[in-house]
Design a protein around this ligand. Sequence first.
Ligand code: G4P
Length: 192
Amino acid sequence: MQLLKQKVLDEGIVLSNRVLKVDSFLNHQMDPVLMKEVGREFTRRFAGEAVNRVLTIESSGIAPGIMTALELEVPMIFARKQKSLTLRDDIFVEKVYSFTKQETNEITVAKKFIQPGDRVLIIDDFLANGEAAFGLARIVEQAGATVAGIGIVIEKAFQPGGRLLKEAGYRVESLVRVAALDDGKVTFADQD
Ligand code: G4P
C-alpha cells in the first residue's frame, strides 16, 4: 500500500534495528484519513471471505479495526488486556507473551460477542512474533468460529510472526512489510 509506505518513510522513526516508532499516525496520534484507506484496503483484500466480525486488540488495533469494520458494515470487538484474572465463565481468556515488552498479558473477549459459525477477520497494527495474532486466533477457535483472515498494518518481516501464522494455515495480508531497520533506515520487503 503505497500511501502507507510513504507515511512510514516520512514519519517513521527507527529506534533500533528491531523497533519502528510510528506514534504520529498509528500508535499515539492517529491519522483518520490514512486509517480510512487502511480499512478500504483490508476490505478489498478480504472481499469474498464472508467476514461477519472484526476482532482486534486494544489499544492500537482499534483504529484500523474499526475502519475495516465500518467498511465491511460488521461489528468490531477489541480484546481487552488484563494482568491477571479471577476465573469467570462468561469470557474467553488467552495468555499472550510480548517479547517487545517482556510481559505476559491475559487477553479477554466476552463469549456473547463471538458465536459458533462466525467468520472473524483479525486486524492488528503490528506483527512481530505473532503472539498477539495467535492469541486472538485461539479465542476465535475457542468460540467455535473461523478465522477468515489476519490483516496487519505493518509487518516486521525480519521477525517470524508472518511465517508462523502462514505455516499454521492462516491467510495473512500485511499492508506494509518491513524487511530491515538497519542504519536508521526502513527497507521494505519486495511487494506491490
Ligand atoms: P507480537 O504480538 O507480534 O508477538 O509482537 P510483540 O509481542 O513483540 O509486540 C508487543 C507490542 O509491541 C504490541 O503493542 C505491538 O504492536 C508492539 N510492537 C512490536 N514491534 C513494534 C515496533 O517495531 N514498533 C511499534 N511501534 N510497536 C511495536 P501493544 O503492547 O499491544 O501496544 P498498544 O497496541 O497498546 O499500542
